[in-house]
Design a protein around this ligand. Sequence first.
Ligand code: NAG
Ligand code: NAG
Length: 331
Amino acid sequence: MLQIGDEVVYFSAVFLLVVLGTRSATGASLLTAFLYVFMVMFRFPPVPGDQAGRVLRPRAPSGGVPVVAHRGGSHDAPENTLAAIREASRNGATGVELDLSFTADGVPVLMHDETVDRTTNGSGPVSKLQLVKLKRLDAAACHRLKDKFSGEKVPTLQEAVEECIRHQLTIFFNVKDQPDKAAAVLHEMYKKFPVLYNSSIVSSFEPKVIYKMRQTDPNVVTALIHRPWRLSRFGDGTSRSLSTSGQLWMGVLDVLLDWAHHHILWKLCGVSAIFMQKDFISLDYVQYWAERGVEVVGWTVNTAVEKHYYQNLLKIGYITDSLLEDCDPHY
Ligand SMILES: *[C@@H]1O[C@H](CO)[C@@H](O)[C@H](O)[C@H]1NC(C)=O
Ligand SMILES: *[C@@H]1O[C@H](CO)[C@@H](O)[C@H](O)[C@H]1NC(C)=O
């Protein structure tokens, strides 16, 4: 949806800033015109609204808002496993969020961290392990319910996709980096399982990942993940950097990044949704995006009180670690 109002404001602001900075009306006009042409030439139009709607507003069994199990539901089962996908389905999730990673031999698998240490009985980076070695690890080894889920393996991307399709779950692919590799692999997956165009979304904190995905396959539904102050602060609000100047600089970058997400990047990438950290979501915020044809999804919503708020007031989907009980937040 073209937001004429937005565009007039942004380009006027750019023009004014450049005029003030350079005292050259010609320079400012040229730069503004250049920016405008750049946006028009290089942005991807979003996928049609009805396609995005099938992904982002699937029929929830109880007529409720979409509920997506974070990493497959990391509180209820070992994260990013087939058992988690089955558990999420059994417990009434409409979808699962899954993390893409690559083994040393280039096989796409599900793993959130760079290393296997936190979730399995192995150690070292996933990217240094061959698939056969990775498959020998116990993916439930460190989970609170490890006895119930013992013997669970790290699944390949395709195994996970097939399991989700079997259970008619929406998939929220979370891609951290490696835009080229990820886009190629996901495109192949969409080709192999075309139902994914109607039942999955590719998301990332990195705009370049989403841009590459849309370049590779403009029919894929996409989302940007965002948390304000992500560069300077951890999710719980504590500072990342020890030096004051480093902290200040990251804070400035955070402000710019937040502005870019809300005014440029979403449009350039043509995303259908913004996955926003829950503490920054209000009714006004949801409305802001609704006016632009973009859905908001909150993460991670882990208490009954919050879920009630999403269900009854915000009326938007959310990502949660548990379908069953309250648990600690994840950032
Ligand atoms: C991890 O657990 C699996 C399953 O119990 C076992 O076969 C494997 O040898 C273990 N690997 C390591 C590195 O301990
Ligand atoms: C997606 O759903 C629409 C509406 O049901 C259908 O016409 C279309 O063929 C589906 N696309 C794929 C790739 O399954």
